[in-house]
Design a protein around this ligand. Structure first.
Ligand SMILES: Cc1cc2nc3c(=O)[nH]c(=O)nc-3n(C[C@H](O)[C@H](O)[C@H](O)COP(=O)(O)O)c2cc1C
Length: 181
C-alpha cells in the first residue's frame, strides 16, 4: 500500500457512539482538503484478543495493521472507559505494534465526565516510548453531553476543536513524513 494516506480509526463498539461522530467529522474535513483518508470502524472489523493462538495471521488483524502502516497521519477516536481508552482500542494497538512506528497520531476522546481528562495519556505514553509514535499534544476531549446521538453539537466548540486537531495531524505529518515526490 502506498505511504500517502491519512487514517481515522473509530474504536467505540456502541451503536450510539459520540466519538464515532467526531471521527466522521475529522475524516470529512481531511477529504474536503483534497487528501486521501481511510476509515476503520472497529464495529465492522472484529479483532481477536491479542496473543490468542493464530491472532497475528487473522485476516482482519493483517488488514488493520497494513492500513495503519500505510498512513502517515492517524486520528484515533475513542471512548474513555475506566480512566483509559476502551479495551478494543488497546487490543488493536497490542495486535498491530510496530505499524505505529514513527507515525503521527492525534486523539479524539469522549468521556462521561471532566475528571477523566488525562486518561488518554497512558496509551499516548506507551506509543511514544514503544514505537516513537509522534503524539499531537493537543487532543480533543469531549463530554458525552456535548454531542447528541443524531450528531447535533450541544457544544459548538467541539466542531472547531475536531477541525483544529485534523489540521494539526496533517501539519505534523507533512513536516515529519512528507510524501516523496
Ligand atoms: C464500561 C464503561 C466505563 C466508563 N468509564 C468512564 C470513565 O472512566 N470516565 C468517564 O468520564 N466516563 C466513562 N464512561 C462513559 C463513556 O466515556 C461515555 O459513555 C462516552 O460517551 C463513550 O464514548 P462513545 O459514545 O464514543 O461510545 C464509561 C462508560 C462505560 C460503558
Amino acid at each position: 500500500m502506498p505511504f500517502v494516506s491519512f487514517l481515522v480509526i473509530s474504536t467505540s463498539l456502541n451503536a450510539k457512539s459520540r466519538s464515532r461522530i467526531m471521527a466522521h467529522a475529522a475524516r470529512e474535513h481531511i477529504l474536503a482538503k483534497g487528501l486521501s483518508c481511510d476509515f476503520i470502524d472497529l464495529r465492522e472489523v472484529p479483532l481477536p484478543f491479542c496473543d490468542v493462538a493464530g491472532c497475528y495471521s487473522d485476516p482482519n488483524v493483517k488488514d488493520v495493521k497494513a492500513r495503519i502502516a500505510a498512513a502517515r497521519g492517524i486520528i484515533m477516536a475513542t471512548p474513555i472507559y475506566n480512566f483509559d481508552v476502551n479495551a478494543p482500542a488497546k487490543n488493536m494497538v497490542e495486535l498491530t505494534g510496530k505499524a505505529w512506528q514513527n507515525r503521527v497520531l492525534g486523539f479524539l476522546c469522549v468521556a462521561g465526565g471532566k475528571g477523566s481528562y488525562m486518561s488518554i495519556m497512558s496509551l499516548g505514553n506507551s506509543l511514544m516510548l514503544d514505537f516513537r509514535t509522534v503524539i499531537v499534544p493537543r487532543f480533543v476531549f469531549a463530554l458525552e453531553s456535548d454531542i447528541a446521538v443524531d450528531g447535533t453539537l450541544n457544544n459548538p466548540a467541539i466542531g472547531e476543536r475536531v477541525v483544529e486537531l485534523a489540521d494539526t495531524v496533517i501539519r505534523f505529518a507533512d513536516a515529519l513524513l512528507p510524501v516523496s515526490p
